[in-house]
Design a protein around this ligand. Structure first.
Ligand code: PEP
Length: 256
């Protein structure tokens, strides 16, 4: 039994509408309540416009809900952005920062991601900070150098964080949405490296901070990944849109 409580977060990405979401919320709510998976922290991250809907459907359950992104500034002239305090005001508990789609497609740098993570910590929002190498970087044997750089940038945020409210997601970019998953051994190696890096940088909660794996996790491969000693759950994209798949992934995290 691991000392860290597993966490499974569903990243719905830019998917959903009011009616479809309602079906998914209903299914998750009743299934998770029936399964009473209290030994897993579950976080659902729909797109911004549906956060209120998430609060209405999940607010009185043990299921948390979060945003997929947050502004790197507190407030003011930043059209289209949403701040930590606005999310907290809404009752939202978590935010994902540094997802590779935002790093790659929207040009978010390590520095911007670190600022967002720090804003979450300072504003009392749980943070799921994503790191991970591209295929080119892995093939060039640069995985550890990339992870070291990305984790290093997050250190000031992680140093000030409550370990229960700070999560690092290792998401190899080549595994996201591709159906290609890191092997459990590859994931473990990366997770152990990230944990060692945090400890080396003086992050007091390095042993308690959860490091979750993301990248084509499905019910069929969740158990083998989550059984690894430093894999503390998952960040789930595509499979989080299918109630039964997501529920079975949560079940795997509960028993791994
Ligand atoms: C993600 O978007 O964070 C992700 C891991 O996606 P998928 O599970 O679809 O690979």
């Amino acid at each position: 039994m691991k000392s860290r409580k597993p966490l499974v977060a569903g990243n719905w990405k830019m998917n959903g509408d009011i009616v479809t979401n309602e079906h998914l919320f209903t299914a998750l709510r009743s299934a998770l309540e029936r399964a009473s998976i209290s030994q897993v922290d579950v976080v659902i991250c729909p797109p911004f416009p549906y956060l209120g809907q998430a609060g209405a459907w999940l607010g009185d359950t043990g299921i948390a809900w979060g945003a997929q992104n947050v502004a790197a500034a507190a407030n003011g002239a930043l059209t289209g952005e949403v701040s930590v305090s606005m999310l907290a005001d809404l009752g939202c508990g978590w935010a994902i920062v540094g997802h590779s789609e935002r790093r790659t497609l929207l040009g978010e740098t390590d520095e911007v991601v670190a600022r967002k993570a720090s804003m979450c910590v300072a504003g009392g929002l749980g943070v799921i900070a994503c790191v991970g190498e591209t295929l080119d970087e892995r093939e060039a044997d640069a995985t550890e150098a990339v992870l070291a750089r990305q984790v290093e940038a997050l250190v000031p945020a992680l140093q000030g964080a409550d370990p229960a409210r700070a999560v690092v997601a290792y998401e190899p970019v080549w595994a996201i949405g591709t159906g290609r998953t890191a092997s459990p051994e590859m994931a473990q190696q990366a997770h152990a490296f990230i944990r060692a890096r945090m400890a080396h940088a003086g992050v007091a909660g390095a042993d308690a901070i959860r490091i979750v794996y993301g990248g084509s996790v499905k019910a069929a491969n969740a158990m083998s990944l989550f059984s690894m000693p430093d894999v503390d759950g998952g960040l789930i994209g595509g499979a989080s849109l299918v109630a039964d798949e997501f529920l079975n992934i949560c079940r795997a995290a509960a028993v791994a």
